[in-house]
Design a protein around this ligand. Sequence first.
Ligand SMILES: Cc1cc2nc3c(=O)[nH]c(=O)nc-3n(C[C@H](O)[C@H](O)[C@H](O)COP(=O)(O)OP(=O)(O)OC[C@H]3O[C@@H](n4cnc5c(N)ncnc54)[C@H](O)[C@@H]3O)c2cc1C
Length: 463
Amino acid sequence: MSQAMLTRRQLLKTGALALTAASGLAAASQPIAAPRPAGTLSWRNWSGSQACRPQALDTPADEAEIARLLRDTTGSLRCVGAGHSFTPLVPTEGRLLSLDRLAGVTAHDKTALTATVRAGTRLSQLSRQLDGLGLALRNLPDIDSQSLAGAISTATHGTGAALPALHADVTALRLVTPRGEVLDCHAGTRPELLAAARVSLGSLGVITEATLKVVPAYHLHRTVWLKPVDEMLAAAHDLARQHRHFEFYYLPFTGYAAAICNDLSDSDSVLRPPSADEDMLHSLRQLRDYLGRFPDLRRWVAQKLIDPQQTEEARDRSFKLLSTSRPTKFNESECHVPREAGIACVREVIRKLEQRNEVFFPLEFRFVKADDAWLSPFYQRDSCSIAVHAAAGEPYDYLVGEIAPIFRKYEGRPHWGKLHGHTAVDFARLYPHWRDFLELRRQLDPQGRMLNAHLRSVFGISA
Ligand SMILES: Cc1cc2nc3c(=O)[nH]c(=O)nc-3n(C[C@H](O)[C@H](O)[C@H](O)COP(=O)(O)OP(=O)(O)OC[C@H]3O[C@@H](n4cnc5c(N)ncnc54)[C@H](O)[C@@H]3O)c2cc1C
């Protein structure tokens, strides 16, 4: 391996962005005009780890059509957004419902700083439309391929010690219940329903629209640098306090972590060095392929190749820096632990991961502020989020089998859209409103139309 293959700049990039991405719209997300014969449809998620053969794929054009569909049909039904969840939230043998045709901002108020958005809108489209209106979302996840409804339904988040997950900015939403009734969920009129529906895993009905708090459009300045991992762990909480967005990636078997900070910028000039993310990921994989059986040598070689003095700077509109793309597919598990336990937990996770020589994907560590949605993993808890990944096509069972016990030990609440081994018993203990949510779900959907096998297991409901 040549020095050029593993320059620090590439490592920085890998650390910052290396988890490859791609839009990865699954088959179900493509609008299909006419019904096709039963059994001929197939759907799979972004990473290819989940699949199903639904009876029908519906792509309604408006809320009235959704209400009619729910009233006029029987049997099970699941919503799909962009198919970017790793857990089997979407697979169904019944009907699959895509809101791809319900997209775009329908109203906005620049004084109140709110925007009303159709549920099928992709976050990328939403950011660009808001930008055209001089507005922006407060924060964004690593990628912006997700649908708005899919993102909020699983408590999708970015990073920032003072910034909550996306659903915390939802002030109202419209929900079509499994009986076809349209409910306006608003903090003033139905606070409990809103608290439940904001993160509801597609189990309470079909979300057709959400009103979000937004902020004036802003620019960010990004700085990326490398530090030995122990120094990064010691500095992480201070860095999170000092920067609007802070996260780090640990680069396995190198001893280094990459810090990524994004802060408000007064300048609207754009500075975008070319991305070397894929090259870096490729280099980490090659180190694993060539030296995986010799972890000490692998670490020694990595440390010789990394130049820890380099930094990377970028400036751009907020949404262009906060979200990126991930061409290399992977499977992922992520857990949110109480803020004060974050560093102790990630130390154990790193130790456990590095007992497996096949690991090469960076580990991601982020900060998320507490909120009050009933099934939010951040419910009344400022959190640190720890995410572990394995390349698609490689074994990934250990992400849950070996790492989940550590997350459990630290009272971690798993990301709803990422692989986990938690059970209904765990959730009942971790979520103060768990039983309230289950009761509301039972009232709205007594026949369990919106459930699939995964949700029955998560909720502890027998078939
Ligand atoms: C490459 C990649 C990067 C990621 N980065 C992040 C990240 O930075 N932060 C993070 O928190 N997560 C991240 N995720 C996870 C992802 O954000 C979540 O899994 C999210 O739910 C995916 O949105 P989606 O539109 O694909 O929803 P889907 O996966 O299609 O569906 C998710 C859930 O939403 C429900 N749903 C969808 N539409 C509706 C609707 N209209 N009404 C009711 N329910 C509905 C579905 O039934 C399902 O339960 C990432 C995933 C990938 C693949």
